[in-house]
Design a binder for this molecule. Structure first.
Ligand SMILES: Cc1cc2nc3c(=O)[nH]c(=O)nc-3n(C[C@H](O)[C@H](O)[C@H](O)COP(=O)(O)OP(=O)(O)OC[C@H]3O[C@@H](n4cnc5c(N)ncnc54)[C@H](O)[C@@H]3O)c2cc1C
Ligand code: SF4
Length: 410
């Protein structure tokens, strides 16, 4: 109740919210109930309550415009699809992916080790310089069934890389983590077992011992301060819980408040050129994307199958990557992007995620009886699911609300 229903680890909409509109000619209205994105509240951010599915981007993701136009021709991408190359490549970032995974203790099976394809891993991944620091998590029954079916069809299933650790681990900073107990209360929750990679379990215990480190919680940065040229940050201004404003000078300001708040801070601080979707000019707020998830639930004969969905971590699953990114020929299909598919389980919450077939009464004896017969033989706590790329377009962007919230509410 406290975390999943009352959202205790998330920003309360009454603290602050975003306004949202589906079309440019609509009035943006405040979000009252978080749905598709859930901004975190407090130290550790989303790393506290995340699932810890720890994928790397595909090498082609970094050079997407060059890659797609090279493969399908210059006219394949619609004009309003503002896909562009990142400016850094997978090879540039590989040492940083490696560093991050070794800080987190990520559990997985390598699919491409220095260019050599590895049995049991994802053959589509970019070359990695080292194996994962810890082996993949153990897989529940429904996931192994999916993997067998995928293998029989000629696909190459691999265990989802996970920041829920398969074994005890000490990271390069000397911070120790415990093995995941597959408790199932991972997504939306912090891990009381020190088994989920988060700032609290990987880096903060190291930082707080440093004499030149201090952490100011319960403070909100309201502005990035810049020098007269407007090109160099000189620090930040923040307010504490008493409403007192402080200035923190700095040689280096790292903007890490999450996409929406990063954009908000830049715009409030008048840094950079705000994006104008009509002229398709400016940078700040441009090319906003989020994630697209779809899933299919299956109900099996409970006399033959017992999936025991209560054994779960936040990022456990068997996946295939044949339909991800540009791993297949998009030429005949007229769209770009793709998804990894898999039997992926994000939680083992027994009540909220209880799977029942359509038409099951929500209350009463019949509803309870239906639950009892389907719960352990349904795959919907580990649905066959896909997590897809979201293409960017001129019409999706972030800005300071064009309408005042007060007038929008009225
Ligand atoms: C339920 C859930 C599950 C998820 N699972 C996964 C997953 O399995 N794999 C995956 O890759 N991603 C997952 N994500 C997404 C992932 O958690 C986020 O993409 C990630 O945490 C973003 O990291 P960040 O450091 O950019 O921002 P955040 O984690 O949002 O951190 C930003 C921090 O800045 C603070 N902040 C914001 N504004 C200010 C300000 N003005 N002044 C001071 N502090 C400020 C916030 O309080 C927060 O602590 C999940 C998200 C949710 C909601
Ligand atoms: S499933 Fe439970 S024990 Fe494992 S990492 Fe998540 S919260 Fe921790």
């Amino acid at each position: 109740m406290r975390y999943r229903i009352r959202h205790e680890l998330f920003l309360r909409p009454e603290q602050t919210t975003f306004t949202f509109r589906n079309k440019m000619n609509q009035t943006a209205l405040p979000i009252r109930d978080w749905g598709s994105f859930m901004p975190p509240n407090g130290v550790g951010g989303g790393g506290v309550h995340w699932n810890a599915e720890t994928f790397r981007f595909l090498p082609t993701d970094f050079v997407l415009r060059t890659h797609l136009t090279g493969r399908y021709g210059a006219s394949f991408l619609p004009e309003d699809m503002t896909i562009q190359d990142w400016g850094v490549t997978y090879d540039d970032l590989e040492p940083h992916y490696d560093h991050f995974e070794y800080l987190c203790g990520t559990s997985g099976t390598a699919g491409n080790l220095r260019g050599q394809i590895q049995e049991g891993g994802n053959p589509f991944e970019g070359p990695r310089s080292r194996p994962y620091p810890t082996p993949a998590q153990k897989q529940p029954f429904s996931h192994t069934l999916f993997a067998k079916a995928a293998r029989d069809l000629g696909y190459k299933p691999f265990p989802q890389p996970s920041g829920n650790l398969s074994q005890a681990y000490t990271n390069p900073l000397g911070v120790r983590m415990g093995p995941c107990t597959y408790c199932g209360f991972c997504e939306w929750f912090g891990c009381g077992n020190y088994s989920k990679a988060s700032p609290q379990t990987t880096i903060l215990p190291f930082l707080i011992r440093k004499p030149n480190f201090s952490l100011r919680d319960n403070s909100e940065v309201i502005r990035i301060n810049v020098d007269r040229s407007g090109k160099h940050a000189t620090g930040v201004s923040f307010v504490d819980t008493g409403g007192v404003e402080w200035e923190q000078p700095a040689d280096l300001v790292i903007l890490s408040a999450y996409t929406m708040f990063n954009v908000q801070l830049l715009l409030h601080s008048k840094i950079g050129k705000p994006y104008d979707p009509i002229a398709n000019a400016g940078v700040i707020g441009r090319n906003f994307t989020h994630q697209t998830i779809s899933s299919v639930n299956g109900f099996f004969d409970n006399k033959k199958f017992n999936f025991n969905p209560f054994i779960s971590s936040g990022a456990i699953g068997m996946c295939i990557d044949e339909f991800n990114g540009d791993n297949f020929d998009h030429g005949p299909h007229g769209f770009v992007g793709g998804a990894y598919m898999g039997q992926v389980q994000t939680n083992g919450r027994p009540i909220q995620t209880t799977p029942v077939p359509p038409g099951t009464p929500k209350w009463g004896r019949r509803g309870r009886a239906r639950c009892a017969t389907t719960i352990s033989a349904a795959s919907s706590q580990a649905p066959a699911s896909m997590e897809a790329s979201t293409a960017i377009a001129t019409s999706i962007w972030i800005s300071i609300p064009p309408t005042r919230i007060a007038s929008a509410v009225r």
